[in-house]
Design a protein. Structure first.
Length: 654
């Protein structure tokens, strides 16, 4: 049985960096967190005299305690209020550009705080109710304060996935996209929501603290306001406008960052995430290595690992991993948990009808590309259309489309008898631009730096292939061939028209890549059996191996009637070469078009033969051919393919 929502929250809570830190601070006010096991004492009279001679004042010096080894010369021009505990200051701290200064306190007002060993507090207008851990730096700040019972942004309710409410998600520091999506759209798991709420309330109560926390090695520079914040180890807050009621999860090798005018409030920034260059993040979660920058605005949203929001707005959304919103664009009430897509300049997903309440929504599929100036009108559902391209300037009326790898665009030619609608070409990306898919896979591998919730970079996987099979069945079930089809003829077309030519080509493309996916599984299964010394005779006839292979085996047997592993391997070798050619052909289109328009295009744009994605496609085809040749020898079959095209009988021309 899969893990319940409540169980997942409690599991994440059990290993929470934040909750461990808060528990330590709640136990003794932060003494062990900042000072370890150091022995503490009151100041000696000569130390008080020296501190006062260095411009320090205190209402009651008896409330100031220090660790053994404390050097009063490291504290200058400070004002102390309430109970303050200071550590040892014996080392230098790096400021910037390699400049190092001696740790200690200067020109600051400190009230009811613990300042750890070798921390630096310099030019802070008010540092109140905070624990500053060892080696942390606070410099040139205004107010760094914490109110009793602060929860650092945990436990708040966010109107994610639907601006008008109804899909609210209660957030906590380690929340991930999968969990947020399940809460926003529980479906059959609705009965688990009560347990989820209970677990998050438990988390919030454990996160409550009377003191804010600046973790070991954290850097807080030139920030007017830091209030009710947890700033994790090695986090960098530099030149931000404010960090308020928020959590920054961080480690030395995955530091969180808030910088250059960014505002973060009532939010969580996870490991390696970044808010910079005047970005605004409010009531949101930035997952691992997510970014908001260049005036980007993120409100009431959960942003997945590696996703970037720059210049545009993301409001009440759940975005999965590796979504690129690099330009001025708008996403509102968008549920996109699979992510891995792009939003181009001027695209708007949030075109509610004038005067209506903001109670509609958009569901986006994995790898969706919204082109320049696209307008998505609500409600709209493209979740079952992964890796679909919506062409520049397209207006999408409210609809549901269920055809993966499609192109949706205004009609490319006059279609006699067609209603006023966009034209859909199912499987177009597979047929005309498989280069883009290979490039996407390379980007996913290179950019996915998340360690806790990595995504599978492969485009052809069980779930996407199942969507292709379903789409193919619907296309093949038309009652009679027609010049044009609509939703009445083929369910899933939405408010688009489909030509007979595109229907036939879509079936070919879906079948080709479904078979290719399954034959890759056959090759891998045979390689595994060969490595184990097992025979390959029953490999297609009987279940065995992983669930992924069983899915591929069923496709080979049920959809394509494959009986001979050798025949399948020969088909795979031929298909791998065709795929590599298709990748190169798609890339060559750019070269041809560019040279026709720009005189010196070829001088500055590397040709397809030098393109990294193209080279990798041919390298993969070569590896597959080598594997097939070796496997055929092992099966006692001649490596050379039979006369003719091994795919000819299956009618899979690409």
């Amino acid at each position: 049985m899969s893990e319940t929502l409540e169980a997942k929250v409690r599991r994440l809570a059990a290993d929470s960096e934040l909750l461990r830190a808060v528990a330590s601070v709640r136990e003794d006010g932060g003494l062990r967190y900042a000072l370890g096991a150091a022995a503490l004492r009151n100041l000696y009279k000569p130390e008080v005299d020296l501190l006062e001679s260095l411009g320090n004042t205190a209402r009651d010096w008896s409330r100031v305690r220090v660790a053994d080894g404390f050097n009063p010369r490291r504290v200058r021009g400070c004002e102390f209020h309430g109970h303050v505990t200071l550590g040892r200051f014996t080392r230098t701290v790096e400021l910037a550009g390699g400049l190092e200064v001696v740790a200690g306190l200067s020109d600051s007002t400190v009230a009811d705080c613990v300042v750890g060993h070798n921390a630096l507090v310099r030019g802070v207008g008010l540092l109140s109710n905070y624990v500053v851990a060892e080696g942390a730096v606070l410099a040139d700040c205004g107010r760094v304060t914490c109110a009793p019972g602060a929860t650092f942004g945990n436990g708040g309710r966010v109107a994610a996935a639907l601006e008008g409410g109804g899909r609210d998600v209660e957030v906590f520091a380690e929340l991930d996209v999968e969990l947020a999506a399940a809460v926003a759209r529980p479906g059959a798991r609705r009965a688990e929501l009560e347990g989820y709420l209970r677990a998050v309330a438990f988390y919030r109560d454990r996160a409550a603290s009377n003191r804010g926390i600046i973790g070991p090695g954290a850097r807080v520079w030139s920030v007017p306001r830091v209030e009710d914040a947890y700033v994790g180890p090695a986090a960098a807050v530099d030149g931000a406008t404010a960090v308020v009621r928020s959590t920054l999860l961080s480690t030395a090798d995955e530091p969180a960052e808030v910088s250059t005018g960014a505002l973060v409030s009532d939010s969580v920034l996870q490991w390696g995430s970044r808010a910079a260059s005047m970005a605004v993040v409010e009531r949101s979660v930035l997952a691992e290595h997510a970014r908001a920058e260049r005036h980007g605005q993120v409100r009431d949203s959960v942003i997945g690992p590696g996703t970037e929001v720059a210049a545009g707005e993301v409001i009440s959304c759940v975005l999965g991993p590796l979504v690129g919103c690099h330009h001025q664009s708008l996403l509102i009430s968008t549920l996109w948990p699979a992510g891995r897509g792009n939003v181009a300049y001027g695209a708007n997903a949030g075109s509610n009808h004038t005067s209506r309440a903001p109670d509609q929504e958009f569901r986006a599929g994995e790898g969706l590309f919204l082109g320049l100036g696209v307008n998505v009108k609500f409600p709209c559902d493209l979740e079952r259309s992964p890796y679909t391209v919506v062409a520049c300037g397209t207006d999408l009326p409210p609809q549901k489309v269920s055809f993966p790898f499609s192109l949706i665009a205004p009609p490319r030619e006059h279609l006699a008898g067609a209603p006023p609608a966009n034209q859909i070409s199912p499987g177009w990306v597979l047929r005309e631009n498989v280069y883009a898919l290979r490039r996407c896979e390379a980007k996913f591998r290179a950019r996915d730096r998340a360690r806790r919730s990595r995504c599978d970079p492969a485009v052809l996987r069980r779930d996407t292939v199942e969507l292709m099979r379903d789409a193919c069945r619907r296309l093949r079930q038309v009652r009679e061939a027609k010049d044009l089809y609509t939703e009445r003829d083929v369910p899933g077309l939405g408010k688009n028209v489909l030509t007979e030519r595109d229907r036939v080509r879509a079936v070919e493309a879906y079948r080709f890549y479904t078979l290719y996916y399954a034959l890759l599984g056959l090759k891998d299964r045979l390689l595994a059996l060969t490595a184990d010394g097992a025979g390959a005779d029953p490999v297609l006839a009987a279940p065995g191996g992983s669930a992924a292979w069983e899915h591929q085996r069923q496709i080979l047997v049920e959809d394509f009637g494959l009986e001979s592993p050798a025949a399948g391997l020969r088909m795979l070798a031929s298909m791998a070469v065709r795929v590599a050619r298709a990748v190169e052909r798609a890339r060559e289109k750019d070269d041809t078009r560019g040279a026709k328009v720009i005189d010196d295009y070829a001088e500055v744009h590397p040709g397809a033969e030098r393109d990294r994605v193209v080279r990798r496609a041919w390298e993969e085809a070569s590896r597959i051919e080598d594997d097939v040749e070796n496997l055929l020898r092992g099966l006692g079959t001649a490596p050379a393919a039979a006369e003719g095209d091994p795919l000819e009988a299956l009618d899979l021309a690409l």
